[in-house]
Design a protein around this ligand. Structure first.
Ligand code: NAD
Length: 241
């Protein structure tokens, strides 16, 4: 495996997708014919799906929430947390994942652009709650404040991802952009690599196979994130220390 070079003054932006959590035991999204844990995306990951059958959608995310707490971060998550400690404010991790595993591995400069399984919010008053403080046993848990239905704090298809301004401003500053374990077909995230590259960043991809947006990748490393990242990060942090 050839590990790309890094410079001490590089500004690193990383995008992760479902692939980085695969080795923790969480299924990816595209690997099974576009189904997410045997459900059609339109049923469980769109506002229309929630309107049609909120009970089903809640049952789905409760299961994902419990599953995410029954697994552990893996070597890939820990490697990125170590990389952040070395590059400090010249580092940003953006994840499409909602499983919270980056945070549990110690990452702090992380943007969960598609939301998180760990919180929910009220469909009426907009108040946000942690899943721990809410009683999630009812089919459709009610808001602790106004009693109206809560919904999972997940950015569904057709909704605007979180903190996009901040992400784009960091993509403009990036000198190195690395995309890990993402299929490159969920937008706008799939476009980040092209934005960073058009601003002069070198682009690196880590995946089991070339993703759909691979034409924008300068250096591709084929392999499991949990194998590749610890080696890559050890080499990169040796440049800083
Ligand atoms: P995806 O499932 O569409 O693609 C996963 C990618 O990871 C594939 O390209 C696959 O080749 C690669 N991969 C699988 N195992 C890998 C490994 N061990 N190392 C490196 N790469 C590996 O994922 P996506 O592009 O992130 O899009 C899925 C969408 O669904 C996201 O928006 C996300 O919010 C949601 N989702 C999240 C989770 C999660 O939070 N863990 C899981 C499933 C889906």
């Amino acid at each position: 495996m050839t590990i790309p070079e890094i410079r001490k003054d590089d500004y690193i932006v990383i995008l992760t997708g479902a692939g980085i959590s695969a080795e923790s035991g969480i299924k990816t999204f595209r690997d099974s014919d576009g189904l997410w844990e045997n459900h059609r995306v339109e049923d469980v990951a769109t506002p229309e799906g929630f309107k049609r059958d909120p009970k089903l959608v809640w049952a789905f995310y409760k299961e994902r929430y419990h599953q995410s707490h029954s697994v552990e971060p893996n070597a890939g998550h820990y490697a990125l947390s170590k990389l952040e400690s070395a590059f400090k404010n010249k580092f940003l991790l953006v994840t499409q994942n909602v499983d919270g595993l980056h945070t549990r591995a110690g990452s702090k400069r992380v943007i969960e652009m598609h939301g998180t399984l760990n919180t929910c919010f009220c469909t009426r008053c907009g108040r946000n709650f942690t899943m721990r403080e809410v009683d999630i046993t009812p089919d459709i848990p009610p808001c602790l404040y106004c009693g109206k239905p809560l919904r999972p704090d997940i950015v569904w298809f057709g909704e605007m991802p979180y903190r996009m301004d901040e992400i784009v401003s960091k993509l403009n500053k990036a000198t190195v952009f690395m995309s890990i374990g993402t299929s490159g077909n969920v937008y706008p995230a799939a476009n980040f690599i092209a934005i960073a590259r058009s601003n002069g960043a070198r682009t690196i991809g880590v995946n089991l196979q070339e993703p759909e947006n691979s034409t924008h990748i300068d250096e591709f490393i084929q392999g499991k994130a949990g194998d590749v990242l610890p080696k890559l990060v050890d080499k990169w942090i040796s440049v800083v220390s």
